[in-house]
Write a protein that binds this ligand. Structure first.
Ligand code: MLT
Length: 302
């Protein structure tokens, strides 16, 4: 009998795959394996019983990888399982960055009781005028499962798409998607693009990659979309860039108190992968990986 501790809500379609050989346990301390979505395990003691941890999601920065390696604990994630969900919210974010939909909605809510609302709309709507994304340049940083889908979506929206990935050569990037113009350096992408969307993991190298120096290279009025990790951005530098107009809008899936409420920030409560389909896909992949490892010793992570 294998004992599984589930730390977050994981879709039933995944949990239902566990056979009679499995028992769900409430305590981390008696589990053979752990299923987790966003809870951080960094401050957890890792009991000797734990053989594997499966993260229902792509990023693994909530898991102490070094400690797991030292203790022989295998860590799984679910790359690609939620990529379509994230791609779709990136499309919405592009629209919200280009058009002041959020500002307009907030304003309508503030005047909706006014009997003259129709007249007010005519008088005020120019305040919320936006621009179109057709023909604009979209920079995609990170050409993994999500980045490539976002790039292809940008192409379908008639944008000119630039891609950069630190681990993929210019030629290989072209093969991933014929719509991506591979750039030789991040600087080139920064200089060219009107909209930049980032899809890289948080590492020592990518931490605060959006900072005073890199923001300064970008086009005036650039919009930045962050559906990867909060710490990719230096908040103070981003706020400064928003105030000066260097950055037009910053759409972030990580509403931290520093940036929330700053003019130009659109903060979303980590909804990138929060769709029924993505949650189901992640749960199924995570549970299948765990079962295959516990029962057969197989390590498949794709
Ligand atoms: C991911 O890393 O794929 C996301 O953070 C998934 C999630 O929302 O849990």
């Amino acid at each position: 009998m294998f004992k599984i501790n589930c730390l977050n809500q994981i879709a039933n379609v995944g949990l239902d795959l566990f056979t009679d050989n499995y028992e769900m346990v409430d305590s981390f301390n008696e589990a053979n394996a752990v299923l987790v979505r966003s809870s951080s395990l960094h401050d957890q003691e890792l009991p000797r019983t734990i053989e594997a941890i499966a993260r229902a999601g792509a990023g693994v920065n909530n898991i102490p990888l070094d400690k797991c390696a030292e203790n022989g604990i295998v860590v799984f994630n679910t790359p690609g399982a939620n990529a379509n969900g994230v791609k779709e919210i990136v499309i919405a974010a592009l629209m919200m960055a280009a058009r002041d939909i959020i500002g307009g909605i907030n304003w309508v809510n503030s005047v909706k009781e006014d009997p003259e609302v129709a007249k007010l709309v005519e008088k005020n709507k120019s305040k919320f005028s936006g621009r179109e994304i057709k023909g604009k340049k979209l920079g995609v940083i990170g050409l993994g499962a999500v980045g490539v889908l976002a790039a292809n979506a940008g192409n379908k929206l008639e944008m000119e798409v630039y891609g950069f990935d630190p681990f993929i050569s210019v030629n290989a990037a072209w093969k991933l998607s014929k719509y991506i113009k591979p750039t030789k350096s991040l600087e080139e992408l920064y200089q060219e693009c009107d909209f930049i969307t980032v899809h890289v993991p948080l590492t020592d190298k990518t931490k605060e990659m959006f900072n005073k120096e890199t923001l300064a290279i970008m086009k005036d009025g650039v919009s930045i979309l962050n559906f990867s990790r909060d710490s990719l951005v230096n908040d103070d530098d981003m706020i400064e860039a928003l105030k000066s107009g260097k950055v037009h809008r910053y759409v972030t899936d990580f509403p931290n108190p520093k940036v929330c409420g700053v003019q130009g920030v659109i903060a979303i409560p980590h909804l990138g992968a929060s769709t029924n389909e993505s949650e189901d896909n992640c749960a199924i992949m995570a549970v299948e990986q765990l079962m295959d490892y516990l029962e057969n010793g197989n390590i498949k992570n794709s």
